[in-house]
Design a protein. Structure first.
Length: 129
C-alpha cells in the first residue's frame, strides 16, 4: 500500500439550527447539494443534521484546498456515504479541477450532535513507499 503525505487540512463547524432555518427555503437543498448527494439525503427524508454535515464538508473542502468557495460551486463537492456510513467525496467540475491541479486526494471525517455539525478534511498525495 502506498504511503501518503498530508498536505493540508480543513475543518468546519456549524450550528444545526442555522441549516434548519435555511431549509425553510424550498430550494436550499437543491442549490447546495450535488445530484447524488441530494438523492441520498432525499431517500432519508433530508435529516437536518446530515444536511448540515454536507454543508460543513463543502466549507472544510474549500479550506483544505486553500481556495475558499472560489473556482467551484457548492454542488461540485458531494459528500456521499458508503454502505458502512463512511463519508467520502465525489468531485465535479471546478472542485475536481482544483483537486487534480494540486494532486490531492481526500479523507473526510464527519460528526454531529443535536446542536452542532463538524467535518474535518485531510488533503494528501499518495507517494511510493
Amino acid at each position: 500500500m502506498p504511503s501518503a503525505e498530508t498536505l493540508s487540512t480543513g475543518i468546519d463547524l456549524i450550528e444545526i439550527d442555522r441549516i434548519r432555518r435555511c431549509m425553510d427555503h424550498p430550494r436550499f437543498c437543491s442549490r447546495i447539494l450535488g445530484v447524488q448527494e441530494y438523492e441520498q439525503l432525499k431517500a432519508r427524508g433530508f435529516p437536518v443534521q446530515s444536511v448540515a454535515v454536507s454543508f460543513c464538508a463543502k466549507e472544510a473542502f474549500s479550506k483544505a484546498v486553500s481556495t475558499g468557495i472560489r473556482g467551484f460551486s457548492l454542488r461540485d463537492v458531494e459528500l456521499l456515504r458508503n454502505p458502512e456510513g463512511k463519508p467520502y467525496f465525489v468531485l465535479h467540475n471546478g472542485a475536481l479541477r482544483v483537486a487534480r491541479e494540486k494532486g490531492y486526494r481526500f479523507d473526510v471525517s464527519a460528526t454531529h450532535t443535536k446542536e452542532l455539525a463538524c467535518v474535518m478534511v485531510v488533503a494528501y498525495r499518495e507517494k511510493n513507499a
